[in-house]
Design a protein around this ligand. Structure first.
Ligand code: HEC
Length: 211
C-alpha cells in the first residue's frame, strides 16, 4: 500500500511539472532538446522587424510596397458617391452619402480613427498643432480656416483618399466608411471650435467657470 501512495505522489509531481506551465508566458526562448544549428528545424527563422532595412531589396527597405494595381477586398464598392465623394457631374458632394448614417457611433468611430491617423499632424483640436510640428513639419492645415469650413464634405473625403501636396493618401488605412466617419468628426471639431455660451443648455449655464 505504501508503494501505491509513493507512486501516486510521484505521478502527481510528474504531471504537474509537465502540464503545470501550459498557458504561461515566457520571455526567454524555449530550451530545445536539439538546438537549431545542429538539427535545423523551422521553429526559429531569420525575420525582419517592421520598418527595418534590407540589403536584399534594391530600395533598401524590408517593408514592401503594395503591388501596383492591387485592390483590397473591401475597397470594391458599387456606390460611386460613397467611394469617391463626387456626384456624376464631377462636383463634390455637399453632405454625406445615403449609405452613411450620422449618429454617435459614426462620430465615435471617426474620433477613434482621427486620433490614430490625423491627430499626429493636425492636432487633437484640428488646429494644425500636432506633435509633428515639434519635429519640424510645418504648414499643416488648420481645419478652422473659412476655406475648409466651407469645403464640401466630398472634397474633404477626397483629400483623405488621395492626399494633398505633402499630405499622403490614407486610402490604404481607412475604408471609405471610416473616411466618412473621419469627415463627420472633422465637422464636429469645426463646430466645437465655433461654440459659444449660447450652445450650453440653460441648466448647465451656472456651472463654475461659465458665464
Ligand atoms: C503626416 C502629417 C499629416 C497627417 C497624418 C494628416 N495630414 Fe492632413 N494635411 C497635412 C499637411 C501638411 C496638409 C497641408 C497640405 C498642403 O495643402 O500643402 C494637410 C492638409 C489637410 C487638409 C486640407 C486640404 C486642403 O484642401 O487644403 C485636410 C482636410 C486634411 N489634411 C485632413 C486630414 C485627415 C482627415 C487626416 C487623417 C485621415 C490627415 N489630414 C492626416 C498633413 C497631414
Amino acid at each position: 500500500m505504501r508503494y501505491a501512495y509513493i507512486t501516486l505522489a510521484i505521478l502527481c509531481i510528474v504531471l504537474i511539472s509537465l502540464l503545470g506551465t501550459r498557458g504561461s508566458t515566457f520571455n526567454k526562448p524555449p530550451r530545445q532538446v536539439f538546438p537549431d544549428d545542429i538539427f535545423p528545424q523551422m521553429t526559429r527563422q531569420a525575420r525582419y522587424l517592421p520598418q527595418s532595412a534590407s540589403l536584399f531589396f534594391a530600395d533598401g527597405r524590408a517593408d514592401r510596397p503594395v503591388p501596383e494595381g492591387a485592390i483590397a477586398r473591401d475597397t470594391i464598392i458599387n456606390d460611386d458617391l460613397l467611394a469617391t465623394g463626387k456626384l456624376t457631374n464631377g462636383d463634390f458632394l455637399r453632405g454625406f452619402p445615403d449609405a452613411i448614417t450620422i449618429d454617435a457611433r459614426l462620430l465615435a468611430r471617426g474620433q477613434d480613427r482621427f486620433n490614430i491617423y490625423c491627430q499626429p499632424c493636425h492636432g487633437a483640436l484640428g488646429d494644425g498643432n500636432g506633435i509633428t510640428k515639434h519635429y519640424g513639419m510645418g504648414a499643416t492645415s488648420s481645419y478652422h480656416d473659412d476655406r475648409l469650413r466651407q469645403m464640401p464634405e466630398g472634397e474633404l473625403f477626397n483629400t483623405i483618399t488621395h492626399g494633398k501636396n505633402t499630405m499622403l493618401s490614407y486610402a490604404d488605412k481607412l475604408t471609405p466608411q471610416d473616411r466618412w466617419a473621419v469627415v463627420a468628426y472633422l465637422r464636429a471639431l469645426q463646430r466645437a471650435a465655433q461654440g459659444s455660451i449660447n450652445d450650453v443648455p440653460a441648466a448647465r449655464k451656472t456651472d463654475p467657470g461659465l458665464q
